[in-house]
Design a protein around this ligand. Sequence first.
Ligand code: FAD
Length: 226
Amino acid sequence: MGQVIILEETTRNPITLMGQRAGVCWGADITDGAKNYKRGLDCIISGHHRVMEYVNVEMILDGYSARVIREWYTHIGGAPTRLQASTRYIRYEDFSYITPHTLQANPEAEALYRETMKAIAESCAKLEQEYGIPREDAALLLPLGMETKIVDKRNVRNLIEMSHQRMCTRAYWEYRELMRDLCGALKAYSEEWGYLVDHYFLPKCEVTGYCTEKKSCGRRPKKEEG
Ligand SMILES: Cc1cc2nc3c(=O)[nH]c(=O)nc-3n(C[C@H](O)[C@H](O)[C@H](O)COP(=O)(O)OP(=O)(O)OC[C@H]3O[C@@H](n4cnc5c(N)ncnc54)[C@H](O)[C@@H]3O)c2cc1C
């Protein structure tokens, strides 16, 4: 099971910080925490979302599949950065992997899935140990379902944009679970994060009021064709 660990470099009071940064430009008293908070909230509500880019989020994502992390990397707004576990130095003879929930209801399919993962692990080990193939080459056999770990750094504007796409029912199920874990970890970090998550980490249909996807889940009606 994956987990999101919020690192201490993450802005503890994001709304107050946004108000403090905006206050500089408005010649306001930025020493007053309550006024900063109120100003920050006003900026968000008014849609002045540039201020969100001052809010830093640094975290470890551990135990999610290489596949979902590949999708995570598509969210490039605001130039985020990250480090990812190397495929050179980890013991791949016994790599961990994600097992989809759909397999739980089908023991035969689950057995096939597990046997395939085991065969990949055994082949990686054999290539390396019996044939002397370098680990970086044997590692090309590794599946997208393999668990990985990253250290990620981005701003909250990026995460809010991400939530609109990835909390949508059309998003890959593991990404939706990752978003659930992320929301939980941020909410636990501070009260201000709790407010941001509850009000702004939303699927896109909750922002627009209608579904923009071609294949709708029905949570919101589709926009009438104009
Ligand atoms: C159901 C679903 C299916 C998908 N299928 C695929 C797929 O098959 N293949 C695939 O490659 N991806 C796929 N994606 C990923 C998708 O295409 C985007 O890459 C992903 O949503 C991240 O892009 P973004 O614009 O949402 O986020 P970000 O890159 O974080 O951008 C956020 C916002 O910032 C602005 N922005 C970002 N970059 C720029 C820029 N360069 N110039 C100007 N403005 C910018 C835009 O307003 C953008 O909306 C899928 C996503 C979903 C939800």
